[in-house]
Each structure stands twice: as C-alpha cells, then as structure tokens.
Design a protein around this ligand. Structure first.
Ligand code: ATP
Length: 348
C-alpha cells in the first residue's frame, strides 16, 4: 500500500477514540471525499491493530444516482477486504431532517446487529467551521459554538442506544484528505447537493473558501471554546456521577442543582430532560433558563413540565419523569444516564 502521509498521528486519533470499542468498528461511508479518506486510514489502523471494520452506506433513495454510488463504495470496500452493507430507506421523504434521522437510526441498528459499539464518521475541520458559522447565525451560545465533539452519543433514540459516534478526522482539513485520495489515484463521489446554494451549509462553505482569514479566525476561536467546553464537560460529568440518581419506581431521575452555576444548571437540566424523554435535542434555551431560575430560587416551586418531562421538587430535591400520558421510552432512562456519565467522565 502506498504510504499515507502523517499516518502515526492519524492512527493515534483512532486509538484514542476507539480504545473501548467492542465488536467491529463501523464506518459510515457515503463515498464523498471525507468518508472515503476515512475508510483508507481506518483500513490501515485496523490492519495494524488487528481490529475488524464494518463499512455501512445508507441509500436515502432521494437521488437516482445514489444506488450506483453505493455500489461503487461496495466495490472499493471489497477490494480492501472490508465487509460492506448498503442500507436502503424504505420510506424516503424529501426532507433533510428526517433523512438524517433515518440514516442515523439505520446505521446504528446495522452496527449493533453486528455487535459493534463505535461508528466512525468523516466529519472534518471544514465541517466544524461551517457549523460554527451556521450556529452563530442562529444565535447559539458559546458551548454550541465549540462545535461537534470527537466522541458523542448517537443522536437518535432508541435506535442509537449504546452507540458512540467517533470522528477521527475532525481536526483535519478536507484538502489534506483529498490529497491522500489523489496520491492513491482514488476518485470520490461528488454529491450535487454540495453545490446547492439553497443550503446554508453550502453558502458557509463558499464563504470560508473565499476568505482564508475568516476560516483561520473561526478555527482559533473554536479551539479556545473547545478548551472551555472540556472544563464544562468535566463539571457536568462530576455532577452526573455525584448528584443524579435514578428513581426506579417512577422511571425518572432525582437530582439537586446545588453548587452549579446557572449556565451549567441549564445545560445539565437539558441533558436530564433528554434522558427521561428520549428527545434528540434539549428544549429551547430560554425555557431551560426560566426553569433553572425557578428551581434555584428559594420560593415555592409547584412543579412544571418542559419538553415532555415533568418536574417536581420534594424536600429540596428535583424529580424529573416523563410527562403523564406520554408513552416515551422511559425504561431507557437509566441506560442513558450511564452513557452520559461515561461520555462526560471520559472528557475528564
Ligand atoms: N449516505 C450516507 N451513508 C453513510 N454514511 C454517511 C452518509 N452520508 C453521510 N455519512 C457520514 O456522515 C458524515 C458527515 O456527512 P454529512 O456532513 O453529509 O452529514 P451530516 O448530515 O452533516 O451528518 P450529521 O448529521 O451526522 O452531522 C460523512 O463523513 C459520513 O461518515
């Protein structure tokens, strides 16, 4: 195999992110340049570490060319002796958000069926910078502006339960990954939607490509924010371990917010509401802020509902449970809290 430049630090990123992975390590591969480069690096890593890989492609069936593209990916994987599976969406609806959810769910289920726990994606530093601009324009807070994390939980419940998303090329530039493919004479698939200016991500990509100074400033800012976020995550990790208890009888959680700053309490409450309800995102920040303010005040708190969760205060402690009448997957609450603890504690 032709030498992959700068291989050692790249493999070290895989080691760091996948040290506790069980079963085959999944690779989410669309055939675009980022995930294709990821595949080649992963192949080297798996070979040198004696690990098994499972490549997975999701065919959204939103474009006629997609089936052929998945077949091309299958051929590349076959040549590398990496098992590959194409998953097809039975129910395509032309809406980006549900397509994304369907993809995450199908990939997670396919990986779990093979006994895997970690799914690699090809997110890059370019994706990070685009995400920063998109989130800044939406009014995101500092924590969100720090961008995607190298290791996170699958964003979908219940399908993604127990699956980690690992992003080993998150600090790499797309151009460097493309050079790697050029060096191997490997052609990648260009998704035509990457040129569609109706998408904000495409517009931000253009903006960054046209202004290297802006791109450099965004990256510097994100690096600072990532440092702050690591401190915040350690704090959240300690709180989840020491102050959050599962109350088996109610399918809920008991906690106290004592000692947390308002900013951290807002984030912590968001996580707990997600854990009891299975929501993919926390409730709106302003609602969480007003809830946290009421819970932290000494005045009487008669109870509240937010984002599908019910909150009451008993003897100074806060109890969260799924809102009555909802048939949410509350039995998963304990497992979600465990996942959160191990994820946030790992950032310590
Ligand atoms: N059709 C697909 N099949 C398998 N994996 C995919 C597919 N599309 C994207 N991916 C994976 O997701 C990564 C990010 O892709 P992209 O930026 O297009 O998706 P995204 O919707 O922003 O992802 P996410 O929602 O997970 O942040 C790719 O590098 C690849 O690993």
């Amino acid at each position: 195999m032709r030498q992959l430049e700068g291989l050692a630090p790249r493999l070290a990123a895989f080691d760091r992110l996948c040290h506790d992975a069980r079963g085959p390590v999944g690779i989410a591969i669309s055939g675009g340049s980022d995930s294709l480069a990821l595949l080649f690096i992963a192949h080297e890593w798996a070979r040198s570490r004696g690990r098994k890989l499972a490549a997975l492609t999701f065919d959204h069936r939103l474009r006629t060319a997609a089936a052929g593209e998945a077949a091309r990916v299958a051929t590349i994987c076959r040549d590398l002796h990496i098992p590959h599976q194409t998953l097809r969406w039975d129910d395509p609806v032309n809406r980006q958000s549900s397509a994304r959810r369907a993809r995450h769910a199908a990939l997670a289920l396919a990986l779990k069926a093979q006994g895997g726990t970690h799914l690699l994606t090809g997110h890059t530093a370019n994706d990070q910078a685009e995400t920063f601009l998109i989130r800044a324009r939406q009014g995101s807070g500092w924590y969100g502006l720090a961008g995607m994390q190298a290791l996170s939980m699958s964003p979908v419940w219940p399908e993604g339960e127990g699956v980690r998303i690992a992003r080993p090329v998150l600090s790499e530039n797309r151009e460097d990954l493309r050079s790697l493919l050029h060096a191997r004479g490997q052609v990648w698939i260009e998704d035509p939607s990457n040129e569609n200016l109706a998408y904000e991500r495409v517009r931000m990509r253009r903006l960054l490509a046209g202004s290297p100074e802006t791109a450099a400033r965004v990256r510097r800012c994100m690096a600072e924010l990532a440092g702050l976020r690591a401190i915040e995550d350690r704090r959240l990790g300690r709180w989840l371990c020491d102050h959050v208890v599962i109350s088996e009888d109610e399918g809920g959680i008991e906690t106290d917010l004592g000692g947390l700053s308002m900013d951290t309490a807002v984030r912590g409450l968001g996580l707990l509401i997600q854990a009891v309800t299975g929501r993919e995102t926390p409730p709106r920040r302003e609602n969480l802020v007003s809830l946290a303010a009421r819970l932290m005040a000494d005045t009487v708190f008669a109870g509240a509902t937010l984002g599908g969760a019910k909150l009451v205060r008993k003897q100074g402690r806060v109890h969260l449970m799924p809102e009555a009448g909802r048939d949410g997957p509350e039995t998963l609450t304990a497992r979600r809290i465990d996942s959160l603890r191990s994820l946030y504690a790992a950032s310590a």
